[in-house]
Design a protein around this ligand. Structure first.
Ligand code: AMP
Length: 147
């Protein structure tokens, strides 16, 4: 069996994210692979009934969101012993940013949860299925069950 060299954990810090992280950590250990982590911050937009999606004037809010996410990513990464240079924080569309970061960093396995913060309505969440459809490398969706 081929071994993986570089594994990317997509972390949304949801309730079940810890389980996905544990799976990523044990696979990295098994394959003696590098483990990286990525979190995507959604752009804050306000839907205005006349103008549609608009960027809020209060850009401080975005700044605060980024800082809070950075802090969260840092402490989550520490529990997995992931060094700073392998912690990625991006803004925008989660599936596109995750796939792009994987390609830029020669990742050969992306690990996601089957579901995230948006719930369990479908077999596979939209971020997970988007990554599965677009990634050039292998993708492992860790099955998470609803309560
Ligand atoms: P979803 O498809 O949105 O239900 O989420 C499925 C999985 O995609 C989650 O368990 C995470 O592994 C990953 N994911 C979703 N949103 C993000 C995000 N903003 N940043 C990083 N990973 C994410």
């Amino acid at each position: 069996m081929d071994t993986y060299q570089h594994i990317l954990l997509a972390a949304d810090f949801s309730e079940h994210g810890r389980l996905v992280a544990q799976k990523a950590a044990s696979l990295a250990k098994l394959h003696q692979a590098r483990l990286s982590i990525i979190h995507i911050v959604d752009n804050l937009t306000i839907i205005d009934s006349t103008y549609g999606p608009v960027i809020p004037f209060e850009t401080d809010l975005n700044e605060q969101l980024i800082q809070a996410s950075q802090q969260r990513l840092k402490s989550f990464s520490e529990t997995l012993s992931i060094p700073e240079e392998r912690q990625f924080l991006e803004m925008g569309n989660a599936k596109l940013e995750i796939v792009a970061t994987a390609e830029e960093n020669q990742v050969d396995l992306i690990i996601v949860g089957s579901h995230g913060r948006h719930g369990f309505s479908a077999l596979l969440g939209s971020t997970a299925s988007g990554i599965l459809n677009h990634a050039q490398c292998d993708v492992l969706a860790v099955r998470l069950k609803g309560d």
